[in-house]
Design a protein around this ligand. Sequence first.
Ligand code: MUC
Ligand code: MG
Length: 367
Amino acid sequence: MKITGVEAIPFAIPYRKPLRFASGEVHVAEHLLVRVRTDDGIVGVAEAPPRPFTYGETQTGIRAVIDGIFAPQLVGLNLLQRELIAARLARTVGNPAAKAAIDMAVWDALGRSLDVRVTELLGGYTDRMRVSHMLGFDEPAAMVAEAERMVDRYGITTFKVKVGRRPVSLDTAVVRALRTGLGDDVDLYVDGNRGWTAAEAARAMKEMNDLGLSFAKELCPADDVLGRRWLVSRLDVPFIADESAVTPADVTREILGGSATAVNIKTARTGFTRSQRTHHLAEGLGLEVVMGSQIDGQIGSLCTVAFGAAYPLTARRAGELSNFLDMSDDLLTEPLEITDGELAIRPGAGLGFEIDPDKLDHYRQDH
Ligand code: MUC
Ligand code: MG
């Protein structure tokens, strides 16, 4: 179980429908496939989705940091030395998606080596999660139509509505139209991606007071320290820290500082090893957790559900597991399927998926 190589392969798959939100937009999934090889011939695989506008990582940068800094420090270590691997990665600050993909590929390789599923290695609580679908910016009628299609076709009943940066009245009109169109049985929450001021967020939340929202997420920047505390203290729904709380230390600061009251775990940025730390911290503090998406493809969504299904706290709320539906294609031999509003883990060892070599050959950008 000795690591003999770590590689990062850039690939690009167009979106059928671009996703737009307050901090950016995505037209093409320009991700990297990260592979960890062992001396037994096992290959662990994960996906790194760069989000330059959020964390400053790019596809070129992730490849360079893996090839030049991380891979040489990991070759020769055993897959079971996960804390040593994590410590080597932690020497370098930042680079969350690069570190997370390596960490998850190590866990996948470990599961395949031991013939055990990653969910079971992590906690083994259940084998599936309910799915929350992310609705990007559009006109109210188009966003309602998309949500209705998700209900009818996939049985999804939880929706995260992107808000912020646009006029507050347009965002609140969207959420009102969704509640009217979909009825009271769906769960709705909003994600501002730091796009409002604290005062705008307070006004918007007041206008939506009768709409039964479950959460509000990152409505204004955490750097507006006093403004955000003021906002969070006025809300009567949990305020989820997302991009403001990547590491367990960030979570501690945001929560103890009164700038958030719930936590988002994204395996795309904290892998499995660091996500475990955040999970345990949240459990100890008595916080709600939502499994988020960094606009993951199918591999990333499988990683999210593998972690989320491992613990009762993460499996309790619907996870953001459906961004891949907007992509024109993906790399797996067997595409993921959302049925009755749920996504299940795969039956096989590790993360349980296989890469289609023809698809990888078609979409990879390094030849
Ligand atoms: C989200 O939850 O904010 C947008 C940027 C990013 O990194 O993830 C997405 C979704
Ligand atoms: Mg978010």
